[in-house]
Design a protein. Structure first.
Length: 518
């Protein structure tokens, strides 16, 4: 409950109450292990990176070997592998949309609600977001240009973690009588570990993950997104003189209305929006960035030299090599969410009979998110001279710094970025609402009352997020998202052989297909 304080605006009151209520949790999750006198590494980040490295080795560099196969799966080259077997159609059961679940399976080549491409865009919409804009600027302001290299490395390693969790998400998902899919770490932790005789551990980890995912959906998937969108909108409409200055809750209310309209429809409605919005927003942002890179084409080689040199012999306040490495890994982890487990919830809804097929599709996410988009953002910041390690920028300045970099090329580009950022925020929020609701339904049941209770709370946090200061929001977001990885990574490690078996099975099907077509 927000207590009214005289002479404080509604935004100020919301921020005070929110900060006081979450600080203890933030301190526990983001606690750092000292590396040097000035630099520490969050303990959760160690788990994330070591886990991603282990999976890369265990699956023999699946992130590189299966890259082009993954693209072929998205394009539908192997859809005929789903068509084996006879599927009967029942007249007695229909979904809320009037579809028969068995008909959905026929049309989509397997149980599920969305196509490979829609599942990918729904998940990418939650990861390709403001972390790619503000997060990169923050990492570079602390660690310099060299942080870019470590972001890319973390993204490449993260592709392996994403493959594992999304394969498991499909393997252990549940499909109810209406054809609605329920999946994600909650289900593969509970069911997968039960198969290994660890039922109590699995159920405990599933509950912990679900609680953290709900918090993550309110924090990083909602409040952080709308907060950054508001900050940039306020900047391009006059900054402190903007008509919305000090009234972020108004912006949040408008966003909450639009988000509410979409999320009521579930994953099918979300996928129909994201498979249109995501390509548009990514293209808009990338075109803007490419124009700046084109204008400054001659500076690009020097930028890559600065990234390489800075990665191994950095200067500034980042704490040397270790500090730069940590900043790159931390922002990449928050950006692509590999190992967190969240994306597997969206991928679980895919129409397929073969879990490994979606695991392969999912490994493209960190590549798109971190290797491509984050690198392009970093290049723009470097070549336009926006990287200054003499003073760490505040979180509020992160997205504005990128806007300034774009403005240096063409004066009206900040307005283009504003549109892109609002689309980034909107798409991330609707996807994260699905993640949060899946966890909510796991804990509290699948009835309409529990569904609408969660979705109402999600919209309330949208208003709070726009009003709170970003420092409080980002700390809470980091803490919640990183907390999800602990139960998830335990499950991924214990179930790694299940994934290997699914991969072997799917590869055999592809090889048989190639032999027949030869």
């Amino acid at each position: 409950m927000i207590l009214l304080v005289q002479n404080q605006s509604l935004d100020e009151q919301i921020n005070t109450q929110f900060s006081n209520g979450t600080q203890w949790f933030v301190d526990a999750i983001l606690a750092e292990i000292p590396i040097t006198e000035t630099v520490g590494i969050p303990w959760v980040l160690i788990i994330l990176i070591l886990g991603a490295g282990y999976f890369t080795l265990y699956y023999r560099f699946i992130n590189f070997r299966a890259f082009f196969t993954a693209i072929k799966v998205v394009r539908g080259n192997y859809d005929d592998l789903e068509e084996s077997g006879i599927i009967s159609v029942s007249d007695s059961v229909r979904t809320a949309d009037g579809d028969q679940p068995d008909t959905i399976r026929v049309e989509g080549h397997g149980e599920g609600e969305v196509s490979h491409f829609q599942a990918l865009t729904a998940a990418v919409s939650a990861t390709v977001g403001l972390g790619n804009i503000a997060g990169v600027a923050i990492a570079l302001s602390i660690g310099g240009a060299g942080a870019t290299l470590w972001m890319v490395l973390a993204g490449l390693l993260g592709m392996s973690s994403k493959f594992v969790e999304c394969t498991l998400g499909v393997k252990y998902r549940e499909v109810d009588s209406n054809g609605t899919v329920y999946g994600g770490p909650m289900y593969y932790l509970k069911k997968g570990l039960s198969e290994k005789g660890l039922a109590k551990l699995g159920k405990f980890l599933a509950v912990v993950f679900a609680i953290m995912c709900i918090g993550g959906s309110f924090g990083g998937g909602n409040m952080f997104q709308v907060n950054q969108a508001f900050k940039l909108f306020e900047y391009v409409t006059g900054g402190e003189t903007s008509f919305l200055s000090g009234n972020g809750w108004v912006f949040g209310l408008v966003m909450a209305i639009f988000v509410g309209i979409v999320i009521i429809g579930g994953i099918k409605k979300i996928a129909k929006v994201t498979d249109k919005v995501v390509p548009v927003m990514v293209v808009v942002y990338i075109l803007a960035v490419l124009v700046i890179l084109g204008i400054n084409f001659s500076k690009i080689p020097d930028a890559f030299v600065a990234i390489w040199d800075g990665a191994f012999s950095p200067q500034g306040i980042g704490g040397g090599f270790v500090g730069v490495l940590i900043q790159g890994f931390k922002r990449a982890a928050f950006s692509n969410e590999a190992g967190i487990g969240s994306s597997s919830i969206a991928h679980s809804a895919v129409k397929t009979k073969h879990p490994a097929s979606e695991g392969l599709v999912a490994l493209l996410e960190p590549f798109i998110d971190t290797v491509l988009v984050c690198t392009m953002t970093a290049l723009v910041l470097i070549i336009t001279g926006q990287v200054d390690t003499s003073a760490e920028i505040s979180f509020e300045q992160g997205v504005i710094l990128t806007a300034t970099a774009l403005e240096s090329g063409i004066s009206w580009f900040p307005y283009v970025l504003t549109v892109a950022v609002i689309l980034f925020a909107f798409s991330s929020m609707i996807s994260w609402s699905y993640y949060g609701y899946q966890s909510w339904s796991f804990l509290f049941g699948r009835g309409k009352k529990t569904e609408y209770t969660y979705k109402l709370l999600f919209c309330v946090f949208t208003v709070i997020g726009a009003a709170a200061t970003l420092t409080a929001v980002i700390d809470f977001s980091d803490a919640m998202v990183f907390a999800m990885l602990v139960p998830n990574m335990i499950g991924l490690f214990l179930l790694r052989k299940k994934v290997a078996a699914e991969l072997s099975k799917y590869k055999s099907l592809i090889q048989d297909k190639l032999k027949k077509s030869a």
